[in-house]
Design a protein around this ligand. Sequence first.
Ligand SMILES: C[S@@+](CC[C@H](N)C(=O)[O-])C[C@H]1O[C@@H](n2cnc3c(N)ncnc32)[C@H](O)[C@@H]1O
Length: 249
Amino acid sequence: MTPSEQFKQEGAAEIAAQGGDEQLAAATREWMNRANARKYSYHFEWMGRPIIQYPQDIVAMQELIWQVQPELIIETGIAHGGSLVFSASMLELNAACGGPPDARVLGIDIDIRTHNRAAIEAHPMSRRISMIEGSSLAREVIEQARAAAAGKSNVLVCLDSNHTHAHALGELEAYAPLTSVGSYCVVFDTIVEDLPEALSFERPWGPGDNPKTAARRYLEDHPEFEIDHRVDAKILIGVAPHGYLRRVR
Ligand SMILES: C[S@@+](CC[C@H](N)C(=O)[O-])C[C@H]1O[C@@H](n2cnc3c(N)ncnc32)[C@H](O)[C@@H]1O
């Protein structure tokens, strides 16, 4: 075994042990509750654009995008564009390192605010970004996403729009099948299930009705996807517990 392989093997064992540490899990829950009440995820930027994510999820996504080397990343939920710019920048780095030269990000949002669209289009990473305005469940939007994915290798999907069970399940039905084998469909904000009701800030979703309940339901009928528990065990803190779905066949 090479020193690098040994380092990786030791790390995998440490991550597994860390994932089973009950005290650490309790401390993480306590920290998440308090941080979420402070709207922690709203306070970061990626290359100048607000990105509504936890840094730990951003690093997890970096690892997946490097590993998968996607030709296309489909994202529902654009908001200020930070996650689109992040994905585009990772594709740019992949390309600079010999990965797919023309990889792109396709973002979908029901309401792309004029100032956000202008800032995304003016961003240096915009050359890798396309956007569709419309509901992610609208038939014509799904058709456009399917057309964009046709013939592309290593398609990666990120779902981060309306977080009700019905909407997230609809998105899973529509977009998860576009995920390539070996790649991921990442369902964000599954954390809603694990947080106190009050932390849903009077949104239409909450415990019992959210992306985690949708992913659980979807997985019942879709054995081609498995939760990658290694990501949860590694990052501990994040908004997508049980949401890193790996397509295994
Ligand atoms: C949590 S934000 C996305 C954050 C973004 N992915 C990021 O990391 O910075 C959710 C977005 O979903 C959009 N949205 C809500 N309902 C939608 C729908 N039916 N179809 C598509 N987008 C929707 C909202 O307009 C909002 O911009």
